[in-house]
Design a protein around this ligand. Structure first.
Ligand SMILES: *Cc1c(COP(=O)(O)O)cnc(C)c1O
Length: 391
């Protein structure tokens, strides 16, 4: 008799996927005696990112947060400059600009994709507005044609927060490759990972050289390594934004497998999507919406519960069934630092709605059909029981 017999099955929310080659490449980096940044593995990752996304220059960073901070430096954000973004996002989207004393201005999200509502951007523009930061939530693209047209009309910069967007695209263009620059995350919770990690994708060539300098402590060391100058010196503001080779070696194993990772995740995503169609038809929840222009990457599977169903009850039912499901985000406009540093345009009803109604389901490579069936059966039972109770 196993003593764990009565224990509920444990389905974790996330499990980092390993391709199997990570340690092999880390060993190669170790025996190559090149451990600082910008060695052979960083170079391979840069080439891959440039070939895959078509960006003019890619630069690995410690995190997507670091890449966003670089973007604020590159745009010369000055105290009081306004940056339009959603409140329904991770803190780093705003914090990177607040660090330069910029003022994030929150605009509501669309009810379908939960992305920045492009129809509300223009009303939020003032003479202090410097940039728009669309966040591609769940790897589903924002309406980039409209956003780029607005930016052009008002002479604004666009930084895509594509933290969740690797291998996803908008009208065939990879996310992060459309604005002046884009930022990717390789955090353990994302699709392609290196523990902590990220990249800045520079699309507007005029920023490429300065981006290298800012990333290398404000020096032109990158040019020196390429033999373009005979010594390197302090040129500009900057910091140390580059990861070492061990991280790049790990990341290389993942990038090589990025298509396979994406395909496997898409299959899991579709399995949930098919299985939850009935609950949507019954009006108990809404499933994610993928516009025709968007190829997504199955970064997450979420549901938006109907108003008649208590999210706490659903989360408790998952917990009792041994399933770890989560919600997010606490909207930035409602958080203490958001209230201190940011402005809000309008009342953000869809932001508040998503924050209150959204539940993210476990999704990781290695989940079995039985795991997913257990998640869906638990959700179905709790939704149907709740809905009857309210009639
Ligand atoms: C994960 C995430 C970030 C931060 O990424 P890090 O690599 O952890 O710094 C920023 N923005 C969004 C939308 C994210 O999902």
């Amino acid at each position: 008799m196993g003593y764990g017999l009565m224990e509920p099955t444990k389905i974790q929310f996330n499990r980092p996927y390993m391709t199997g080659k990570e340690l092999f490449y880390i060993a190669e980096a170790k025996f190559g005696n090149k451990l600082a940044g910008d060695g052979p593995f960083t170079h391979r990752c840069h080439q891959w990112l440039e070939q895959t996304t078509g960006c003019a220059r890619s630069l690995l960073t410690h995190s997507c947060t670091a890449a966003l901070e670089m973007s604020a430096l590159l745009l010369n954000i000055q105290p009081g400059d306004e940056i339009i973004m959603p409140s329904y996002t991770f803190v780093s989207t705003a914090n990177a600009f607040v660090l330069r004393s910029g003022v994030p201005v929150f605009v509501d999200i669309r009810p379908d994709t939960l992305n920045l509502d492009e129809t509300q951007i223009e009303a939020a523009i003032t003479e202090r507005t410097k940039a728009i930061v669309p966040v591609h939530y769940a790897g589903v693209a924002c309406d980039m044609d409209t956003i780029m047209a607005i930016a052009k009309r008002h002479n604004l910069h666009v930084v895509e927060d594509a933290a969740q967007g690797i291998m996803a695209s908008y009208k065939g263009k990879p996310l992060g490759s459309i604005g002046d620059m884009g930022t990717l995350s390789f955090h353990e919770t994302k699709n392609v990972i290196s523990g902590e990690g990220g990249a800045l994708l520079v699309n507007n060539k005029t920023y490429a050289e300065r981006a290298e300098i800012i990333r290398e402590k404000g020096t032109n060391r990158s040019q020196f390594f390429r033999g373009e100058v005979d010594k390197y010196t302090w040129q500009d503001v900057g910091s140390s934004f580059l990861p070492g080779e061990l991280i790049a070696a790990f990341l290389w194993a993942q990038l090589e497998d990025a298509q396979h990772i994406t395909n496997d995740r898409l299959a899991l995503w579709q399995h949930y999507h098919n299985g939850l169609a009935t609950l949507e038809a019954e009006g108990l929840l809404r499933r994610p919406v993928i516009p025709a222009d968007c190829q997504h990457n199955a970064h997450m599977y979420y549901v938006l519960l109907a108003d008649t169903i208590s999210r706490d009850t659903v989360l408790q039912a998952f917990k009792a069934a041994g399933i770890h499901a989560v919600f997010h985000y606490v909207p930035l406009h409602s958080a203490p630092a958001g209230q201190r540093f940011c402005k809000t345009h309008g009342s953000l009803p869809h932001t508040n709605q998503a924050a209150e109604r959204l539940v993210r389901l476990p999704l990781w490579i290695g989940m079995t059909d039985a795991d997913q069936a257990h998640v869906m059966a638990t959700l179905t039972a709790v939704c149907q029981a709740n809905a009857t109770a309210t009639v």
